[in-house]
Design a protein around this ligand. Structure first.
Ligand code: 6PG
Length: 469
């Protein structure tokens, strides 16, 4: 084979095919591999010029087609498949070759693979890719972690294919080992939070304000022109306008209300617990997907209990307050995710640059939003900022919206409309901004029944009291 290809990609499903075509669009040559011959042929047909893009079902042909050091991206399902693909490749690779896992792998799996492959002279990257199929084709946000030295070989390709925010590529070297997968995991946790919050606002607008799907389409469309501008608000507006193609009516009304999940939101929540960092907006978003799955039980329970009929709420007043509430709650979702990243960075030695992370989320990814430009600025002016709520830039943004959140949460509680994400965001805010919480009582109780000791407000030291003496 005369000319070797610049980039290799294993897994020619929707994401893989789109990603490889994006690489080729940007002037690189690429070779794909998949065990499915139809997918291989589909890529060759779509690529149109085998000098630029070709593919094979055969792993050896694939490996032999790539220039050294080989840059091989895997876009295969997370889990065992990644290990199987790596094991198959290993005997054919040379020292210094690079494997990039572009899937949503669990970060400890990435650490294990990185250590194992380092021992064999192979550089391994965990690189989260966000933006779905369209993003993969036109420009995703890419979150790579691994060896800084080896990153120079993939950097030009990733920078070329990534989304651009005002000309800046939405990709950056994030840190060693599993830093990239970890950041992508938390990205998804924030995504879960924002999706849950959007669904609650939809419920409120529909039940309290009686908004039709056409009005919902317009409302989210208008919001998308302002400070709520984001991919998720944009697609929400479009979803309300989608007609059903199986029968008359709007598609949204016939979609079953059971939300599925592949695990990244749950992992974010579980790991936040391990770190001791509160992310209640993300936790409740995972819980709500679980409650949604209990459809049969919900139907039975619905019959057993009375529910108040929602009192009417002036439509334009409601829309204005809902906009405030969604803005407030989006901020808490980012604040919690960034807080988790800040702590994980220390715990796992990632040395993350939070401003850089906010920057590469400004375009291409699912949580891209106008707010991320403000978040970038906040972390650029203070790289040690632990929580966005402590940023002077954010105080007025949050302060100006919280009254509306209080009113809507109270309305939801009184009128039987579940707003768990919104109320959790408010509770998180109220607790996080409280100088004094009642947990002195918990310390007293712990010491009372278990001699667990307590600290005092007026002097240093560890104390124990014989409470019932
Ligand atoms: C992205 C998404 C993507 C994720 C889907 C589905 O950034 O492009 O986060 O990676 O797989 O959002 O996730 P769930 O099935 O868990 O909702």
């Amino acid at each position: 084979m005369a000319n070797k290809y610049d980039f290799g990609l294993i897994g020619l499903g929707v994401m893989g095919r789109n990603f490889i075509l994006n690489v080729v669009d940007n002037g690189y040559t690429a070779f794909g591999q998949d065990l499915n011959a139809e997918k291989v042929q589909a890529l060759i047909d779509e690529g149109g010029d085998i000098n630029k893009v070709s593919a094979s079902t055969d792993a050896q042909t694939f490996v032999d087609s790539l220039s050294i050091p080989r840059k091989i991206m895997l876009l295969v399902p997370a889990g065992k498949v990644v290990d199987i693909v790596i094991e198959n490749l290993l005997p054919m690779l040379d020292t210094g070759d690079i494997i990039i896992d572009g899937g949503n792998s669990f970060f400890t799996d990435t650490d294990r693979r990185e250590t194992y492959l380092k021992g064999k002279g192979i550089n391994f990257f965990g690189a989260g890719v966000s933006g779905g199929a369209k993003g993969a084709r036109r420009g995703p946000s890419i979150m790579p972690g691994g060896s800084r030295e080896a990153y120079q070989y993939v950097k030009p390709i990733f920078e070329a294919v990534s989304a651009k925010y005002m000309g800046e590529p939405c990709v950056a070297y994030l840190g060693p080992k599993s830093a990239g997968n970890y950041v992508k995991m938390v990205h998804n946790g924030i995504e879960y939070g924002m999706m849950q919050l959007t669904s609650e606002i939809y419920d409120l607008l529909k039940k309290a304000g009686g908004l039709t799907n056409a009005e919902l389409h317009n409302t989210f469309g208008e919001w998308n022109k302002g400070r709520l501008q984001s991919f998720l608000v944009e697609i929400t507006s479009e979803i309300f306008a989608q007609k059903d193609d199986l029968m008359d009516g709007d598609l949204i009304d016939v979609i079953l209300d059971k939300a599925k999940q592949k695990g990244t939101g749950k992992w974010t929540s579980q790991n936040a617990m391990d770190l001791g960092i509160p992310v209640p907006t993300i936790d409740i978003a995972v819980t709500m997907r679980e409650i949604s799955a209990l459809k049969d039980e919900r139907i039975k329970a619905d019959e057993l209990y009375d529910r108040p009929k929602p009192a009417s709420f002036d439509k334009s007043d409601l829309i204005a307050k809902a906009e405030h509430a969604l803005y407030f709650a989006f901020i808490t979702s980012y604040a919690q995710g960034m807080h988790q990243l800040s702590d994980a960075s220390k715990e796992y030695g990632y040395d993350l640059d939070l401003a850089e992370i906010a920057k590469i989320w400004r375009a291409g990814c699912i949580i891209r939003a106008a707010l991320l430009a403000d978040i970038t600025k906040a972390y650029m002016s203070d790289s040690t900022l632990e929580n966005l709520l402590l940023s002077n830039d954010f105080v007025p943004k949050v302060q100006g919206t919280v009254a509306a959140v209080r009113e809507l949460v109270a309305y939801g509680a009184t009128n039987g409309i579940p707003l768990p994400g919104l109320s959790n965001a408010l509770t998180y805010f109220d607790a996080f901004t409280s100088k004094r919480l009642p947990l002195n009582l918990i310390q007293g109780q712990r010491d009372y029944f278990g001699s667990h000791t307590y600290e005092r407000t007026d002097r240093e030291g560890i104390f124990h009291t014989e409470w019932d003496a």
